[in-house]
Design a protein around this ligand. Structure first.
Ligand code: HEC
Length: 99
């Protein structure tokens, strides 16, 4: 009986620990990051996108993303997702500006 109580306690502690670990807090879990890495780093690093965050408004991004889509033959739906990502990012965003 004592042993059973102990293992229930251990299980509870372990599951609380793991649920804390899986909180969506880190930049690595920003869905924009894998998207940009997958489609936009074949020809240059995300550093290029990072630098442009400071300079481009939504209109400018639309043009850039369209051009990049032509360069890389990227489909329209993906480009729309990329645009949603970059236009809302602040300068220095960790999902884009860290490797
Ligand atoms: C097929 C290769 C290729 C792919 C894929 C690509 N790029 Fe580029 N990118 C380039 C080249 C070449 C340049 C520099 C020449 C230029 O500016 O047209 C560039 C330049 C840029 C610049 C800086 C120039 C500017 O107008 O500010 C940004 C920002 C950029 N790319 C974003 C992206 C994003 C976002 C994606 C993903 C959707 C992407 N790129 C995918 C080739 C590519």
């Amino acid at each position: 009986m004592q042993y059973l109580k102990l293992s229930v306690f251990t299980l509870t502690v372990t599951s609380v620990f793991f649920s804390l670990l899986s909180q969506p807090v880190s930049a690595a879990e920003d869905p924009c990051k894998p998207l940009l890495v997958m489609y936009c780093t074949a020809c240059h690093t995300t550093q290029r996108i990072c630098t442009a965050l400071d300079k481009k408004d939504e209109k400018a991004w639309e043009k850039t993303i369209e051009t990049m889509g032509e360069y890389g033959d990227i489909d329209k739906k993906t480009l729309e997702q990329v645009l949603q990502c970059v236009k809302t990012k602040e300068s220095g965003d960790p999902a884009i500006c860290t490797k």
